[in-house]
Design a protein around this ligand. Sequence first.
Ligand code: UD1
Ligand code: MG
Length: 483
Amino acid sequence: MQVTSDLQVQNTALEQQAIDVVIMAAGKGTRMKSRRPKVLHPLAGRPLLRHVLDTAQALGARRAVVITGHGAIEVEAACSMNTRATAPFSISFVRQEPQLGTGHAVQQAVPVLADDGVVLVLSGDVPLTQPSTLQQLLAASAGQQLALLTLQMENPSGYGRIVRSTDGSVQAIVEHKDAASAQLAITEIYSGIMAVSAKQLKRWLARLDNQNAQGEYYLTDIVKFAVAEGVPVVAHKIDDPVQVAGVNSPVQLAQLERAYQLQQAQRLMEEGVRLADPARIDVRGVLQCAQDVSIDVNCVFEGQVSLGEGVSIGANCVIASAVIEAGAVIHPFTHIDGEELGVTVGAGSLIGPFARLRPGARLGAEVHIGNFVEVKNSTLAKGAKANHLAYLGDATVGERVNFGAGSITANYDGANKHRTIIEADVHVGSNCVLVAPITLGAGGTVGGGSTLTKDTPVGALSVARGTQVSIANWSRPQKSPKA
Ligand code: UD1
Ligand code: MG
């Protein structure tokens, strides 16, 4: 009975205890050999630190405190902007200058950490830890024990080793550079992630010194203090190295990018998406697919992209911020980028190859956009076609309009943009220039090579080009004989 009620008390305590995440991100990242701060290098289109902040938010953390140092101004600007955070999750920054070690880093957060929380220590350069793993770590800590995330590693070189006593209990973490040769043989390593009550953490941080091989304040020394005080130290061991892998170099960044992309590909295939090659798709955002979607090789998806039932994406397409409705076919080498406005491709439309859809392109059902056609901020109604070498910008195009090869809307007068309205069933011949603002009346025809500057009546044929002249029996000039 007593045990049950203790457990209940513990569980309730954990449920009620707020999670405050401390993210260490002050390090220099020398091996990236880049001017950009390491934690701002993108993985799947998002800065490394953004991944960690999103994980913290997914956990239901109360706040994240980011320890910045190298490139602090840039890091703080990048994370304050464009934050997905909504109350009650708050992000704050604390500077660590100079950087005297991980213990010193976390010490900087002490003034802003409340005593009632459980602190989860993460690193800004470790992007792929699963929220569920951290939940388990927090559960292991139960807000009262020091919980360490650990991993078995064949080659533990460089990592802090988990030193256990003969009964298996954790005694200490010994850093690689401080380890005796017997300790170097230990293959259980500390991942760099721990959960601990704020109160205890603060007490132990105050006692750290830098009497070690690197002359740094080691966060890992708090394990000794916990053991000395009789506070249980629990190791939560996982076997997926990707979840604790840090980025120190472009090679490691690329390895983690591939690991992440393979996870995305796996997830898509489990949902029924047919990928020609799971190793040749990159999702840098959120890709939602209905049933029977197929995606050929070398496609990149960015931002929010949704693919309706039966959509087929050809090889080498880049698609960003777009909704592609059921049955549409996107042929190879098509570039769709909706940016802020988005792009919609209607059901059963045929796009590409080599088409370009820009922000605000709204295509209705069964629209055809062919090779080397650019569409920007334009609405095309059902069945409209622009199949070859054309530009439609700031246009409203009616149903069944046929927009000829080489024709363009001249939407920009050098100062302002103007709209072109092409009503239903208009046939625009090849190589026409429609100088906006202009309206072409329904059912009209525009002769090839016309430059139109005035509205055209409903049903009319409009031609605006030089009159053809033919001179009979014309003899071409002959080469003059050599002198
Ligand atoms: C640390 C652990 C080690 C563990 C390893 C896992 C310590 C003393 N050692 O090693 O046991 O196996 O992580 O990767 O904690 N940082 C700061 N300020 C500093 C120092 C570091 O913000 O003064 C940041 C770094 O930018 C990085 C993180 O802390 O994001 C970890 O630092 P790093 O030097 O990579 O870890 P190690 O000391 O090698
Ligand atoms: Mg270090």
